[in-house]
Design a protein. Structure first.
Length: 205
């Protein structure tokens, strides 16, 4: 009698990454438990699912954390003082845009699409890390403009919050554009145009 092979070990981290892609693509509310179970290894049983993750909400929270620790890192250059502020802004915009248009995963940004990915109001705390991440990116853009003013690269009367918000708003809009199939080359050209905001303020000093 042939011996049966040992069952393949459950790779929890891989399962979280698979769930992250599903939530990223479909959002929290639309993603069903049956879809998650099918995605995580071809039909993981309900008892096994709950034993591994506890609940759909708990898995969503872990999927969000996985995203924040990986893909969301494209904007961390905003906080690197070793990079000149204008360069940091443009680098964040281009890195994030390239990532969001990559065909190797769902298009757009899970953080920017948080309102789609978030659970209902009664569970809003689950999506709180997404809101915190969006606020951090916004603050990073504002901080870069403030650095530009402090170093004399930008005019003293530059409105740091307004300019930082313009950069951040563009990046949030990239998610929808990427989902709509706008080519990365078009968005890249838009970034070149957007950076003229900085150059105008620089020339006014």
């Amino acid at each position: 009698m042939a011996r049966m092979g040992r069952p393949r070990a459950f790779d929890r981290q891989q399962a979280i990454e698979q769930a992250m892609h599903l939530f990223w693509e479909q959002g929290y509310e639309t993603t069903s438990l049956s879809q998650l179970k099918a995605q995580l290894g071809g039909g993981i049983s309900a008892p096994s699912f709950y034993a591994a993750f506890g609940s759909k909400e708990a898995l969503f929270r872990e999927a969000v954390q996985c995203y924040l620790e990986s893909y969301a890192g494209v904007t961390e250059c905003l906080w690197d003082d070793a990079i000149p502020p204008r360069e940091a802004v443009e680098l964040a915009l281009r890195r994030s845009t390239t990532m969001q248009c990559d065909s190797g995963h769902p298009r757009g940004c899970m953080v920017a699409l948080g309102t789609m990915s978030a659970p209902g109001p009664e569970h809003a705390h689950v999506a709180e890390p997404l809101a915190i991440s969006r606020a951090r990116t916004h603050a990073g853009f504002v901080r870069c403009v403030e650095r530009g003013i402090a170093t004399g690269e930008l005019a003293e009367n530059t409105d740091a919050h307004a300019m930082g918000t313009a950069f951040n708003s563009f990046l949030l809009g990239v998610s929808i554009s990427a989902r709509d199939g706008i080519d990365v080359s078009v968005l890249s050209a838009s970034i070149t145009g957007l950076m003229k905001l900085w150059d105008v303020a620089s020339n006014e000093q």
